[in-house]
Design a protein around this ligand. Structure first.
Ligand code: PEP
Length: 252
């Protein structure tokens, strides 16, 4: 059975004190909640990762980084390597978020390298991709998604997909309050699973969790998560509020 996953991307939010408060609140909200076959992941900023790892050790929460550099180490000022993350107990990383593609010029080629490095080190990767509004209006959304996946992921060996979580995030739905409908999410997720089946095989396609991201809130999570090819969500804004995030987790 495919894993269900709810992941919260905290982006560049929360000082250490705010991180402490949010973690405390989340642990309280999620205490005793039955989560069969479900992973709950939070992604604080780099400087608060170590604290988060320590404070979530005996909870259902797993900690993810929001990025890494593809090189093993070296003269890359300001960057963080896979080994550095593993060293402090972080085993998951978000790669390819649309904000990193847009503001930090992350290309499919660089992302392929980052994914290769992360997977070779045994990190789980939440790989984000999705079309711009213009692509959807021009009905190019399927080909854009296909190209993003082919360029960054389909060079991987089949066994690497044990470490890959896909997150379809239409850029027009991120932080805008404009959610894709549950049917639009399902249509794209089914298409993605078809691409995986074509590039690898049906068994692999059926095993990979595909998350939806883009303005998921407590009032729309249940409907989106009810779709057969939607295995959970990547949550931005609503992951910063313990009650909202835990309500979304409970809708899975
Ligand atoms: C995101 O940034 O990945 C995201 C889905 O944000 P939001 O939930 O705020 O749309």
């Amino acid at each position: 059975m495919r894993q269900k996953i709810v992941a919260g991307n905290w982006k560049m939010n929360n000082t250490l004190n705010e991180t402490k408060e949010l973690l405390k609140g989340l642990k309280k909200e999620l205490k005793g909640v039955k989560l069969d076959n479900t992973r709950v992941i939070i992604a604080p900023t780099f400087v608060n990762l170590q604290h988060a790892v320590k404070k979530t050790a005996k909870s259902v929460l797993e900690v993810s980084a929001q990025n890494l550099h593809q090189a093993k180490n070296g003269a890359f000022t300001g960057e963080i390597s896979a080994d550095m993350l593993l060293d402090i107990g972080v085993n998951v990383v978000i790669l390819g978020h649309s904000e990193r593609r847009a503001y930090f010029n992350e290309t499919d080629e660089a992302l392929a390298q980052k994914v290769n490095t992360a997977v070779a080190k045994g990190l789980d990767v939440i790989f984000c991709f999705g079309e711009q509004l213009e692509d959807r209006q021009n009905e190019n959304h399927f080909s854009v998604v296909e190209s993003q996946l082919k360029e960054a992921l389909f060079g991987l060996q089949a066994e690497a997909f044990k470490n890959i979580i896909l997150a379809y995030e239409p850029v027009w739905a991120i932080g805008t309050g404009q959610t894709a409908t549950a049917d639009q999410a399902q249509e794209m997720h089914e298409f993605i699973r078809g691409l995986l089946a074509k590039a690898y095989d049906a068994k692999l396609a059926d095993s990979v969790s595909i998350l939806y991201g883009g303005s998921v809130k407590p009032n729309n999570a249940e409907e989106i998560f009810s779709k057969p090819d939607v295995d959970g969500g990547l949550i931005g804004g609503a992951s910063l509020k313990e009650k909202d995030f835990s309500a979304i987790v409970k809708s899975i």
